[in-house]
Design a protein around this ligand. Structure first.
Ligand code: WT7
Length: 574
């Protein structure tokens, strides 16, 4: 296939949902968006109703909501089908569990239709859903279920082996999706139960500020934190899906993220479905063939993915020419800096300039983006979503002049903002400066036209292949290995993955370093925490640099690695 830039430009509709960025930014009021929702008229709120039932009761009833394809299973569900399936899940949960509004249910399974039925079905009951990425291993699963006192888990027989049930006394009921399942009074076969359940359900109405999703994410210190989002997030997810994703009635939309990460819920589920748009979910693992095939055979028009995936496709080279990707009209990226090289590749091979978007688990929805109708400066994250005030502040919370590097901050109080860190008010409060600014942990500057330019993380958080990993979690796991005495973990720049995880390790006395030991330690983290959290590189040291209070100085490790000056070492022990 050959696409020239010119052909592509003609295929893009002249009409964008956000036509005039500056004018909209000047006049936008979130109160006006609320009028688009049923609850504005009925007073009854539930995001699952707005995402599914509203369409099932409209002319979109027989419109495809979900295409699912993992190579083996190829399935199609209309909005009406989704309403029935989610109602069945809600009925099953109501009959077989003690779940009430506000209780936590976790979903731990690969991307497949049942994941989507369960997530929305549980929301219909007013339950808070915690989606877990299937690659998590026992330690990661335990931390999250334990921290949130989860009552119910929906998983598969093979993933259940990684759940330490005996250490989770609050967990009452397990639902399994798969074959050969024996039911007991606390373990049920989800799809068997669904098939016996009614397709009618009376939705539990909630308040806009009631809990909806609990997404665990990493910081530079401490255990992963549970970021709580509320039903009110729909206001911003709905609007940004129009302004940023430019989703329109006829679109076939594909977001490649797993619902274990916030992109996979906010824009893999809610953004498109709140707008009644057809969504594709591709199951299974990434492969360039499968992804190009999916784009071509489903005639995807809007595609939301991440820099690491684009770089891997770039690495697959000429293969792209075997696929007809002419249906694409808008391509977006999130999660890591989008290098100009990738943007160039997008223009040359896809015929599209990839639009970068910046936001975080904590922000719940798009914050700073490039809009189709706005002039793009390659390398910039773009401008704030209309209705959002973003800025750069110094460490005291004073706004700084253009081109001054500082903390990327947002004025508190946007619709999709996290409302709590689960069970930890102190950690929640620590995000806010002067009671006014949400401080992101990213450093950036703004240019004279108001565009934002990402510079890096202020803290030690690692972004590897678009996944956010806290060095503390990896270090803690490494310390559980019998041969490891001390461990310090950093992100090391990598041309494909953005960063890879590198561990510096001091071994216990009498243990000799070896290639075999490196593999053994890597597997220890892979099987204990998650494959993506395992260090790709390990370097043994006799001693690690530490402060006098015994804290590993990752800054010094990073300087060693990158051959940079180590800076002030006055707090380092001898
Ligand atoms: C961190 C948040 C919700 C999106 C997925 C990641 C980095 C995110 C960009 C971008 C450069 C980016 C930041 C941020 N990040 N988008 N467009 N350019 N960096 O969510 O796992 O909560 O991670 O991802 O460092 O703080 P997350």
């Amino acid at each position: 296939m050959q696409v020239s830039d010119k052909d592509k430009l003609q295929a893009i509709p002249a009409y964008y949902l956000l036509q005039d960025y500056e004018a909209t930014a000047a006049t936008h009021r979130w109160e006006d968006v609320e009028k688009q929702f049923s609850w504005f008229h009925t007073g009854e709120v539930n995001i699952a109703y707005e995402a599914i039932d509203r369409h099932a009761e409209s002319s979109r009833k027989n419109k495809v909501a979900l295409y699912y394809d993992d190579g083996d299973r190829k399935e199609t569900y209309t909005f009406y089908d989704m309403k029935c399936k989610t109602n069945q899940v809600a009925n099953v949960l109501q009959d077989k569990t003690t779940l009430v509004k506000g209780d936590r249910l976790f979903i731990y399974m690969p991307r497949q239709p049942e994941l989507y039925f369960t997530l929305l079905g549980a929301l219909k009951l007013g339950v808070i859903v915690g989606p877990l990425f299937e690659a998590f291993m026992e330690g990661a699963v335990y931390d999250r279920l334990d921290d949130s006192d989860a009552k119910v888990l929906v998983t598969t027989p093979s993933l259940l082996k990684r759940v330490p049930l005996d250490r989770l006394p609050k967990l009452e009921t397990v639902f399994l999706v798969g074959d050969d399942i024996e039911e007991t009074d606390s373990v049920y076969h989800l799809t068997r139960q669904m098939s016996q359940a009614s397709e009618q359900f009376n939705i539990t109405w909630v308040a806009r500020e009631d809990g909806m999703l609990l997404h665990y994410t990493s910081g530079s210190t401490g255990a992963p934190k549970g970021v709580l989002h509320v039903h009110n997030a729909m206001i911003q997810q709905y609007q940004s899906a129009q302004w940023v994703l430019d989703l329109q009635e006829q679109d076939i939309y594909w977001c490649t993220a797993d619902p274990g990460w916030v992109t996979g819920t906010a824009y893999g589920i809610f953004g498109p479905w709140l707008n009644g748009v057809t969504t594709l979910v591709v199951g299974g693992r990434f492969s360039p063939q499968n992804w190009y095939q999916a784009l071509a055979s489903y005639h995807v028009t809007v595609w939301y993915s991440a820099p690491t995936a684009f770089r891997m496709l770039m690495g697959a080279g000429e293969m792209v020419k075997d696929y007809d990707l002419s249906s694409l009209r808008h391509v977006l990226s999130v999660g890591e800096p989008l290098n100009p090289e990738v943007i160039r590749w997008g223009i040359e091979t896809l015929g599209h300039r990839i639009h970068d978007t910046w936001w975080m688990t904590e922000t719940g929805a798009h914050m700073i983006c490039n809009y189709p109708s706005m002039a793009i400066k390659p390398g910039s994250m773009g401008k704030p979503l209309p209705g959002i005030y973003a800025t750069i502040v110094d460490d005291q919370g004073n706004e700084v002049k253009p081109y001054t590097m500082g903390n990327l901050a947002i004025r508190k109080g946007w619709p999709a903002m996290m409302r709590a860190i689960w069970g930890n008010q102190e950690r929640y409060d620590a995000y806010f400066l002067q009671g006014e600014w949400y401080v992101s942990g990213d450093s950036a500057y703004q240019d004279e036209d108001g565009y934002f330019w990402f510079q890096g993380r202020v803290d030690d958080v690692i972004m590897t292949a678009g996944e956010r990993v806290g060095p503390f979690e990896v270090e803690s796991k490494l310390l559980e290995h019998p041969d490891v005495l001390e461990a310090g973990v950093i992100g090391k720049p990598d041309p494909v993955r953005g960063e890879i995880i590198k561990a510096f390790i001091a071994l216990r006395e009498g243990v000799a370093p070896s290639e075999q030991l490196i593999t053994d330690i890597q597997n220890f983290v892979k099987t204990g925490l998650a494959a993506h959290a395992a260090p790709r590189e390990i370097e043994f040291k006799d001693k690690l640099p530490k402060t006098r209070s015994g804290k590993i100085m990752r800054r010094v490790l990073k300087a060693w690695e990158l051959d940079l000056p180590t800076g002030d070492l006055s707090t380092m022990e001898d």
